[in-house]
Ligand binder design. Structure first.
Ligand code: XMP
Length: 326
């Protein structure tokens, strides 16, 4: 039977008990596949790779090495959370690479969105490869492929930076959640003890904040994206919108407008807030965020984020606007 086809008899994982049963079935299966071999995993901190990491930690412990590459385009607190959950709490072998300078140097002056994506993707593979070479005797590559990846793109993680990794190394793949749908992966992740903020987090693109700092990325504008995004996420969480709104983030475009503060004229950037709902990301509607909440977020951004003098709310559905700005 084709291992990439979900059998019709496979029960949908909808309860903690079913998630537990899946875990209990996977652990010995993973131990059988891997034996005492070593597995390498690119751990982004997203749901899929985190669940694969947690499963592999249970199955093979220190024979798993997770590599977390910080490309400098992560959201505030993200790398710290990966380190805390996997290294401190789960006692995993975690290699943390802060490659911020390397990525930002390569991206300097590049304004074309697809070019930016290509640079980020290639650099990611290069950094990962360098780390992989330092670890001896690795035979397997863990991957967070899920069933929609197989259905939509022949098993290549759609949009993912790590798509080129298996071919590059010739490692045998370990893909324990490849027949699961996203909601099932979340259920398994919760059962494995991963924090809700990781399991139920909103989708985050591989190129990260890089496509939300439009045009050529500069460190100061990137910081404005990161800080405003953190404020938005914090206030949405306080208002009970976390996990209810499908995706929400801020964008800082590469143009300025005039403003005034303390009697002085300013020439600063706007922050654009985007909050959308969708089923499949092919079309999207705009979340009707309550006005007082938008006001509160605006006030905080204008006070707390350097170099910003205006906050806008994006009212455009998809189509004709895409969800991301680039
Ligand atoms: P768009 O902007 O095309 O986005 O309406 C649809 C969904 O895809 C995500 N997205 C990406 N994810 N790498 C990713 O991993 C990318 O280059 C990328 N571009 C867009 C976007 O966040 C939304 O969820």
């Amino acid at each position: 039977m084709d291992g990439n086809v979900r059998p019709e008899s496979m029960v949908r994982i909808t309860t903690p008990e079913l998630a537990e049963a899946f875990i209990n079935e996977q652990i010995p299966a993973l131990q059988k596949q891997i034996g005492d071999g070593k597995v390498l995993l690119a751990l982004s901190g997203g749901v899929d790779s985190s669940v694969v990491a947690a499963l592999l930690i249970r199955a093979i412990g220190k024979n798993l090495t997770c590599v977390h590459v910080n490309h400098g385009l992560l959201r505030k607190g993200e790398a710290e959370q990966v380190i805390d959950v996997f290294r401190n709490q789960m006692k995993a072998n975690l290699v943390y690479v802060d490659a911020t300078d390397r990525f930002l140097d390569k991206l300097a002056g590049v304004s074309d969105p697809e070019q930016k994506r290509k640079i980020i993707g290639k650099e990611f593979i290069d950094v990962f490869e360098e780390e992989a070479k330092k670890i001896e005797g690795v035979k397997f590559l863990g991957q967070g492929t899920i069933y929609p990846d197989i259905l939509e793109s022949n098993g290549v993680k759609a949009h993912h930076n790590v798509g080129g990794l298996p071919e590059k190394f010739g490692f045998e793949l370990v893909e324990p959640v490849k027949l699961l749908f996203k909601d099932e992966v979340r259920m398994v992740g919760k059962q494995l003890g991963l924090p809700d903020s990781m399991v139920f987090r909103q989708p985050f693109p591989g190129p990260g904040l890089g496509v939300r700092c439009t045009g050529a990325i500069t460190r100061d504008r990137l910081e404005a994206v990161r800080e405003s995004d953190a404020i938005l996420r914090e206030e949405f969480a306080k208002a009970g919108l976390q996990g209810k709104v499908w995706q929400y983030f801020t964008v800082v475009p590469d143009y300025r407008s005039t403003g005034v503060r303390d009697g002085k004229r300013l020439w600063d950037w706007p922050v654009i807030i985007r909050a959308v709902n969708t089923k499949d990301a092919m079309t999207a509607t705009v979340e009707e965020v309550p006005w007082p909440l938008l006001n509160l977020i605006t006030k905080r951004i204008l006070v707390e984020v350097k170099g910003v003098n205006r906050v806008l709310y994006d009212l455009s559905p998809k189509p004709c606007a895409t969800i991301e700005w680039e």
